[in-house]
Design a protein around this ligand. Sequence first.
Ligand code: ADP
Length: 308
Amino acid sequence: MHEKAAVEVAGLVKRYGGTTAVDGLDLTVEHGTVTAVLGPNGAGKTTTVEICEGYRKPDAGTVRVLGLDPVADGAALRPRIGVMLQSGGVYPGVRAGEMLRHMAALYAHPLDVDALVERLGLGSCGRTAYRRLSGGQQQRLALAMAVVGRPELVFLDEPTAGLDPQARRATWDLVRELRADGVGCVLTTHHMDEAEELADAVAIVDAGRVVAHGSPGELCRGGAENTLRFSGRPGLDLASLLRALPPRTGAEEVAPGAYRLHGTVDPQLIATVTSWCAQNGVLPDRIAVERRTLEDVFLELTGKELRS
Ligand code: ADP
């Protein structure tokens, strides 16, 4: 029988000296789903994931992965999870194919090594020493090592950072197939499109806490204000336009002749805008209705200033 959830983290705290890297983080990952953990640099994503993998000890809070304590039950947990670390964790001299075969031999029902090597485009480097692989090849090997044992749950830390578009697609396809096979996945990523493509659930982490959690659709709709853009001649009388529109609509001229309205954009609002334009001799050009993207939500929640 399955436990309630694949990952259950409650009140997690981790400090490094004076730095509180994780500050009361709660996270639940359902079985067989893909959860993306998004956050600015230094938000505490890697620390959280490494605690779930049993590589670090929490200072406070509880962590259960497949119902087990990653530190106390590490020996029982390790064969059931797959881990892709950012920094490989591979001896520099070992050959890629050997490494993968060695990994596969540790598991009861591994994937077919040759097929996996082929589909991740590693066919030509089976006999190449790890240190001689390119960065992208090392990364694809790390991914292969995480999944070759057909684990119940995989942790992927920025699996596509620095990969070319083909390798990104191959990685996404692999994650989708694992999911179709019932394998859950926790992935940290900086790529909003990756989260939108792959994730059933997204947890946005900032300053060591989860500040939003939900499906990409829920996060983009939640409190959403949609946007209407149109072009016209510069300097339109926006105060007059706003008087025709519902009270909580906003309007700005973002560049000369480029207008952006935000509020509840529905057919009635569009009709009101075009009718105001007709009354004022304005030909509205390129009318577009836009929804908030995951990136908009992310920036609203975590701020727009750059993190070190
Ligand atoms: P993220 O993965 O979201 O970028 P991290 O978990 O790597 O965040 O880091 C969170 C915070 O903890 C950062 O301020 C980072 O500098 C600090 N930190 C991470 N690992 C260590 C460590 N081994 N020693 C000291 N500070 C660390």
